[in-house]
Design a protein around this ligand. Structure first.
Ligand code: HEB
Length: 443
């Protein structure tokens, strides 16, 4: 039925691997920060509940780290096996942050090990907390380094090509390319936001199920306060990402907004369906908003898709990915800010059912926004693998066995994800908070 096509199959396999990996990578970057916040609160307020929070989050975190290591290794392998031509060119230029990412991970893993085994071992609790700092730095640094590699694919810099030969390689310039600031900041901020929301959803679920120990309320309050902060930073940085695109990858932004003709006072298109002749139906138009997103000026000119050759246009489906991401972003910000405001006004109850349900929905939705953000960023780069230098077709392997690899890797991911879910469930259900509070004499 399908004709074997190594390029298509390589894209599918890499896409599936990344879609799985990004879940674990995102919580891997964000949760150490949340653990640090909880333990810090515990020490500052001398409150054992917060320390127990840190302890339980850390236990769950280890499981997700383990899965992240496996899927991350799969990506490393697939980069060289499925995209040999890309690695041959890019490997020379961008290997610095690729190595640094591995280094940052080792740094994190070593201290995580020590951290886990030294609860209650120090007379001064702050020493234990200090062990977490390198863990959080290592986690964020891996996210930083690997995002610079993705930035490089979008805005390749730091090398010259003379007669087809790579010369004059400048690794730092490659790493700190024009896409780096917004990409790195948006990736990190959205990882913190998502981690806060996932943990908040768990606490909200416990409260909704009638568990009324103050432990859950403290967990919810801490995570939702963090979520409110990071929802705002994510949206603000997302706006800068839009300005980056307008300057360096205008075709990606135009594809996201179905903006066909270059024009001033461009509106933002929400939803809708594309008819023949590029006619947009059933969409919500926000006047001037695209000009503002692109240039911070309601009358600014925004470049349309008409200015690019037909064979260099990204797929127009990215419009929906972008809308979903932004829509979810707005929802998360609204819920988090509302929660914080309600919690401030004592007479009102921030623990009412609709808010709790919205927070619970926010957990999976934030993960969906992460997926949509990456789908937009990656498909929006098509047909390029390395913008301006190498298309995806040119970068791929010609191997005849990628289809079999897809089957094998998908089986691996299914096993990994079910194992992760089962272990986490067992770990927390066999040892509920209430029991652990009692065992530790903290009721
Ligand atoms: Fe996002 C991406 C914007 C929200 C996640 N973002 C992206 C982009 C843009 C944006 C423009 C592209 C960039 C490039 O390509 O370079 N966002 C935005 C905005 C907002 C947002 C405006 C507001 C609302 N996001 C968001 C959220 C999330 C996200 C909420 C989650 C949670 N994104 C994301 C990701 C990505 C994106 C992950 C991929 C990476 C990059 O940066 O690229």
């Amino acid at each position: 039925m399908f004709e074997y096509d190594p390029v298509l199959y390589s894209r599918i396999l890499t896409g599936i691997t990344l879609a799985v990996h990004v879940i674990f990578a995102t919580v891997g970057v964000g949760i150490p920060l949340m653990i640090a916040l909880a333990e810090w609160m515990g020490i500052k307020r001398n409150d054992e509940h917060y320390r127990l929070l840190a302890r339980r989050w850390a236990r769950g975190f280890v499981i997700t780290v383990a899965i992240g290591v496996v899927t991350g290794t799969a990506i490393g392998l697939q980069l060289s096996l499925l995209w040999p031509n890309f690695m041959q060119l890019a490997g020379h230029v961008i290997s610095l942050p690729l190595f640094m990412e591995t280094f940052a991970f080792f740094f994190e893993a070593i201290f995580l090990g020590i951290y886990l085994y030294t609860w209650d071992r120090f007379k001064k609790k702050i020493y234990h907390f200090l062990l977490l700092i390198p863990v959080a730095i290592g986690a964020t640094a891996s996210g930083f380094f690997i995002s610079t590699v993705n930035s490089f694919m979008n805005a390749p810099r730091g090398f010259d090509i003379e007669n087809g030969v790579l010369t004059n390689i400048r690794p730092l310039e490659a790493m700190f390319n024009p896409a780096t600031p917004t990409k790195v900041a948006h990736v990190l901020s959205s990882a913190y936001l998502t981690s806060a929301f996932v943990l908040a959803a768990i606490a909200a679920f416990a409260i909704l199920r009638g568990k009324d120990h103050v432990y859950h309320k403290k967990a919810l309050h801490l995570t939702m306060t963090a979520a409110a902060v990071f929802a705002i930073t994510t949206a603000v940085i997302g706006d800068f990402s839009g300005k980056y695109l307008a300057e360096y990858q205008p075709e990606k932004l135009a594809a996201a907004e179905w903006h066909f003709e270059t024009s001033t006072e461009a509106p933002l298109i929400l939803g809708g369906i594309l008819k023949d002749d590029n006619e947009i139906k059933y969409a919500l138009e926000i006047p001037y908003a695209l000009s503002i997103l692109a240039h911070g000026d309601p009358s600014a000119e925004v470049i349309g898709l008409e200015e690019f050759p037909e064979d260099e246009l990204p797929p127009l489906i990215v419009h929906y990915f972008f809308d979903l991401m932004v829509g979810i972003g707005m929802f998360l910000a609204l819920v988090a800010i509302l929660y914080v405001l309600l919690a401030k006004i004592r007479k009102w109850n921030q623990l009412n059912k609709p808010i709790l349900w919205a927070i619970i929905a926010g957990g999976p939705l934030s993960l969906l926004a992460i997926e949509m953000g990456w789908f937009f960023a990656e498909l929006g780069r098509q047909p390029w693998l390395l913008v301006g230098y190498m298309t995806v077709d040119q970068g791929a392997t010609t191997s005849q066995h990628v289809d079999l690899m897809i089957v094998l890797f998908v089986l691996l991911y299914i096993v990994l994800c079910t194992t992760c879910a089962t272990v986490l469930r067992k770990m927390f259900i066999n040892n509920p908070v209430e029991k652990e509070l009692r065992d530790r004499g903290m009721e």
